[in-house]
Design a protein around this ligand. Sequence first.
Ligand SMILES: [Zn+2]
Length: 301
Amino acid sequence: MKTLNSLFTTALLVIAMPVHATLDVFACEPEWGSLVTELAGTRAQVFVATTALQDVHRIQARPSLIARARTADLIVCTGADLEVGWLRMVINQSGNDKVQLGKAGYLEVANFVPKIEIPVVIDRALGDVHAMGNPHFQFGPKQVQLAAEEITKRLVRLDLAGEPEYRNRLQDFTTRWKAATERWRAMGAPLKGVGVVQHHKNYSYLFEFLDMKEVGGLEPKPGVEPTSSHLNELVARQQTDPARLIVRSSYQSPAASEWLAQRIAVPAIMLPATVGGTAEAKDLFTLYDDAIQRMLKALKG
Ligand SMILES: [Zn+2]
């Protein structure tokens, strides 16, 4: 009986000890890494698999990623086929049962948020990398909020002892995010109705949120490199459907956007693809601040 008691006491002591980094989280993209840090604080140690300077559609399943996935309690990724070229292999080779598809440790945000630009006809064979709809919803304020709620549910499921902290953090994030969303709407008001061309469809959610008018993409379809005939079409379109701004993201070559900028005499600018894409975009909040400010500044000339 004495042995049982002392065992019990030891167990209590273990539970009562301050907990640091209870969860090991593997985030496919910086936006989800940043969001997990907002929502878990020091209860999660977050590894981010990619950067804003990489084309996230074209990542290799490197051994270092497999090693990181091996120890993860939770994998948070975009889904909607964005990581189709590497994530499955990383998870399979990790041999980590906790993060397999269908387990509590596997979260594809795309399954919990409304997506735009879902093709009527799926033409993945023709090169469309957005066959499941646009996966770049880190620029959709509503989508980020829904992602925060779903991530919190998973954190609680995997680390029940942290539930009060996770609930508090979600509430705090929601309050700040709601206020920021209103601020961005006001700040972005001069962008309303502004015609814009984007290189890849990285910013469709932001354009929709700010009520901007997308005139076209430099890519004939998502993931297909700009062709000269397509670029010439964009030049011609300027007569009927004028753009005042051309944007590319932090991982794209400026060549195509600068070519068009010269032909149609409108500014071409770079926006952060996600958190870390510019020095200013340090987290999700400053990511939106920076993207909106860069567009406003370009319009002012
Ligand atoms: Zn894409």
